[in-house]
Design a protein around this ligand. Structure first.
Ligand SMILES: Nc1ncnc2c1ncn2[C@@H]1O[C@H](COP(=O)(O)OP(=O)(O)OP(=O)(O)O)[C@@H](O)[C@H]1O
Ligand SMILES: [Mg+2]
Length: 213
């Protein structure tokens, strides 16, 4: 058990919308307002992919990583619940180049602020009810595609053709079906096409204020 209470904010939006950038900024600004490091942590939906490496044939083919069924949302919901109750969790580790869940896990301690980063978190009522606030980052499809293309090529070892096929067949249709409609559930919608610093500061102040209550 801890001597602090935990607040949880969800950061959602399409792939490449800027969620991870916003989450990192929020963490840094919140901790600088608090005057102390280690006051917040980011829990990434990406860590909760189900291991489908045994059936995977190629990018944009038989495994749809953008469908909610590819994620272990019951485990993510359980973990958020544990953190809210002041208990530590063991976060799974997912390896993108091989699509495998590793055997080891990463210990994650409870903190006053937990930031949950993920494309589909607001499409899941069981996750939504565990969030104190949620932000949806709205970014045009062209910008999201361009950013994702660069990242997948450099960081995730994908080919240009594989990235394009996956975007057309899976990322875009799942975005339109699950991600975009979940925007209606967010506490606030923020543009992902402009600099985040003003919005990050406003939210860091708002959360800091709420911790006083
Ligand atoms: N507001 C912004 N203005 C300009 N560039 C941005 C902005 N937000 C993010 N970027 C850039 O876009 C790229 C993708 O951002 P980021 O990784 O935060 O997206 P994401 O929503 O987390 O994507 P994914 O869901 O695929 O993980 C990064 O290179 C980042 O620097
Ligand atoms: Mg991200």
């Amino acid at each position: 058990m801890t001597n602090f209470s935990t607040r949880v904010i969800g950061i959602s939006g399409g792939s490449g919308s800027g969620k991870t950038t916003f989450a990192r900024g929020l963490r840094e600004t919140f901790e600088s307002l608090q005057g102390r490091a280690g006051m917040s942590g980011v829990l990434a939906q990406d860590s909760y992919y189900i291991d489908q490496s045994h059936i995977f044939r190629g990018d944009g083919e038989n495994v749809n990583f953008d469908h909610p069924d590819s994620l272990d949302f019951p485990l993510l919901a359980m973990h958020i619940g544990e953190l809210r109750q002041g208990r530590s969790i063991q976060v799974p580790i997912y390896d993108f180049p091989t699509h495998q869940r590793k055997s080891e896990r990463s210990a994650f301690e409870p903190k006053p602020l937990i930031i949950v980063d993920g494309t589909l978190i607001l499409s899941q009522p069981k996750i939504q009810e565990l969030l104190d606030w949620s932000i949806f980052i709205e970014t045009s499809e062209a910008t999201r595609y361009e950013r994702r293309f660069k990242r997948d090529l450099v960081e995730r070892g994908r080919t240009p053709e594989g990235i394009r096929k996956q975007f057309e067949r899976q990322v875009k249709p799942m975005h339109d079906l699950f991600v975009e409609p979940s925007k209606a559930c967010a506490t606030e919608v923020i543009s992902g096409e402009t600099n985040f610093s003003d919005q990050v500061l406003r939210w860091a102040k708002k959360i800091s204020g709420a911790l006083e209550c």
